[in-house]
Design a protein around this ligand. Structure first.
Ligand code: G3I
Length: 347
């Protein structure tokens, strides 16, 4: 990257960081999505919909796009070969419809959170293709007309840019990727279809591989409409110029860009932590940078910014990394944090 470019990003960072958040203009009786020019989403669990709870109040007031954090995943929706469990997913969809919120489906095909029967399935390539197609199309048919978009494939590439050795690759071959998009499109032609992955900003090698993959699909007229950049980021990484660069590169593909699982860790090195105002301010500043660069993307390509949860109390990061962290917009008591205020201000 040229020096003048680096200087520009440094300058921008200083400007965005120096702008003090006006707390008088920021309390959570405001609404993020009412102010934004693009959808503001959140990942939810069934307990977020319990009547009379603060969770429900936050989800309802702040967000207009919903992703299920877990209930749409294969192990939950498709527990045995001939059984689908729609109950919790339908409840979320009904809630979203009643509140005029968008539902983004996550995720049809992944290597993780698979039901045991799928993992241990034995059969010919044809048998594997059949269960693969049935899985995708039964789910797409069930939600047809109710779900706006799907993460068709989640995390198919490894950190070194190679194709992950999943059960789907092993038993169907690399063509499973394009087949998934074709089957999903056949079952619900109006749903927007996304490829979703992590570290596509931080890891340039992986980003190149995913961009090549998307270009290949586009050249062959395979229906792909968007990229999900998960954005599990931190106050340290990725640097601000990489954020700008990655958003720009994906924009050039002409597909929609969904920041699909945003959270900003303040303890990426898993240290023992003293939660200071300074750390919370750093987190808020990082959010302002992300929001600024997201708003440089052409409007028609902004599918929205979705957070991976709302309150720190329930973030996956604490249990997954077994560490203290505060990555979301609301604190453990469901109060808006500086990062919420700065984001609101940036919209
Ligand atoms: O299903 C059991 C449940 O029966 C039990 O009561 C509960 C007790 O802890 O555990 C439940 O399963 C957990 C599940 O979340 C539901 O809470 C699993 O152990 C746990 O591993 C699972 O974690 C999820 C993780 O994906 C699995 O890989 C996280 O909540 C979820 O936030 C996370 O989401 C992923 C995205 O789908 C893809 N991108 C990365 C992101 C973060 O890892």
């Amino acid at each position: 990257m040229k020096h003048s470019f680096k200087f520009f990003f440094l300058f921008l960072t200083v400007i965005l960081s120096c702008k003090k958040t006006e707390t008088k203009d920021c309390d959570d009786s405001l609404s993020l999505y009412s102010k934004a020019e693009f959808p503001i989403g959140v990942a939810i669990e069934p307990y977020d919909l319990l009547a009379g709870t603060r969770n429900l109040e936050i989800v309802s007031r702040q967000f207009n796009s919903i992703t299920a954090e877990n209930v749409f995943k294969p192990n939950n929706l498709h527990p045995s070969q001939n059984t689908f469990n729609w109950t919790e997913a339908d409840e979320m969809v009904n809630f979203a419809i009643a509140e005029s919120k968008r539902i983004h489906g996550h995720t049809l095909i992944w290597h993780n959170q698979l039901p045991p029967w799928m993992n241990s399935f034995e059969g010919s390539t044809g048998d594997w293709e059949q269960i693969f197609k049935d899985h995708i199309q039964s789910i797409c048919h069930h939600f047809k007309g109710k779900i706006s978009s799907w993460d068709v494939i989640n995390e198919a590439f490894t950190d070194d840019g190679n194709l992950r050795n999943t059960i789907w690759k092993q038993n169907i071959g690399a063509s499973y990727l394009e087949k998934a998009f074709l089957y999903a499109h056949e079952a619900d032609p109006s749903a927007l279809l996304f490829y979703n992955d992590y570290d596509l900003v931080l890891n340039e090698k992986k980003r190149r591989a995913v961009i090549q993959f998307i270009k290949k699909l586009q050249q062959r007229n395979i229906p792909i409409h968007g990229i999900g950049l998960q954005m599990h980021i931190s106050i340290i990484h990725p640097d601000n110029s990489s954020i700008a660069e990655a958003f720009q590169e994906f924009s050039e593909l002409g597909i929609k860009i969904h920041l699909s699982e945003l959270d900003i860790s303040i303890n990426p090195l898993s240290k023992s932590l003293n939660l200071t105002d300074e750390l919370l301010e750093k987190q808020a500043n990082k959010m302002a940078i992300v929001s600024y660069h997201y708003q440089q993307i052409p409007k028609s390509l902004r599918y929205g910014i979705s957070f991976w949860g709302h309150s720190d109390a329930h973030s996956w990061i604490r249990s997954f990394f077994n560490r203290e962290d505060y990555p979301l917009l609301f604190d453990d008591n469901y109060e808006a944090k500086p990062v919420y205020c700065k984001f609101y201000e940036s919209l």
